[in-house]
Ligand binder design. Structure first.
Ligand code: SIN
Ligand code: FE2
Length: 216
């Protein structure tokens, strides 16, 4: 058996289990890339990236926007989901089918069927930007997974355990890679190390991350 399949691994979807309920999918959106990037550009035109402020008064190095029925926001009054973009006073741009379908298919690979995200947080990292270790716990429904799509420059993803003190493991995330975590890993601490300098052929000197959540 081993010999028969040894030369075929290039044809199998690259799926790496990193914890109970957590996995990485490599090069997952190749076929839908042009549509995904065109849709992303349209969203950012309507709801431009902005640097939000944490409840503690710290301006985040990652610039953010959202699409979908609900968007994640932070300001001096706290973290929350809101269906209105506080900058425009309008609802967030709708979540395009290219985004929704990608997230659903990725979740399925992790055994999370029928994932129907209501929120997509869009993070933009320029060299030096980072995201400190945190849990995604502003969502009411913790039964649904998080699906996190990487575009542009490579990043070092930090994936820890359920306790903040646990030393996170490091995983490289490239353009086209998707991380999925749910079930026993849903509240795992995670973050992103400071982005290294570089120039991505399609995306330029930045990394974009799409994080899909069901929210409620
Ligand atoms: C996040 O945790 O919201 C972002 C993760 C990432 O940028 O890969
Ligand atoms: Fe997160």
């Amino acid at each position: 058996m081993t010999d028969l399949f040894a030369g075929m691994t290039g044809f199998l979807p690259a799926l790496e289990r990193i914890a109970d309920g957590a996995l990485l999918l490599r090069g997952f959106f190749a076929a839908t890339e042009p549509e995904l990037i065109a849709d992303l550009r349209a969203i950012v035109k309507q709801a431009p990236f902005r640097h939000m402020v944490t409840p503690g008064g710290h301006t985040m190095s990652v610039a953010m926007t959202n699409c979908g029925a609900s968007g994640w926001v932070t300001d001096r009054s706290g973290y929350r989901y809101d269906h209105i973009d506080p900058v425009s006073g309008q609802p967030w741009p709708a979540m395009p089918p290219s985004f929704r379908d990608l997230a659903r298919r990725a979740a399925e690979q992790g055994g999370f069927d029928h994932f129907a995200p209501r929120a997509c947080l869009i993070n933009r990292y320029v060299p030096g930007a980072k995201m400190s270790l945190h849990q995604d716990k502003d969502e009411l429904d913790l039964g649904a997974p998080i699906v996190s799509v990487s575009l542009g420059l490579p990043a070092t993803f930090l994936f820890g355990g359920l306790q903040r003190g646990e030393t996170p493991r490091k995983f490289r995330l490239d353009h086209g890679d998707i991380a999925v975590w749910g079930g026993p890993s849903r509240l795992a601490f995670h973050g992103v190390a400071p982005l290294a300098d570089g120039e991505h052929p399609l995306m330029g000197p930045q990394r974009i991350n799409l994080t899909f959540r069901k929210v409620a």
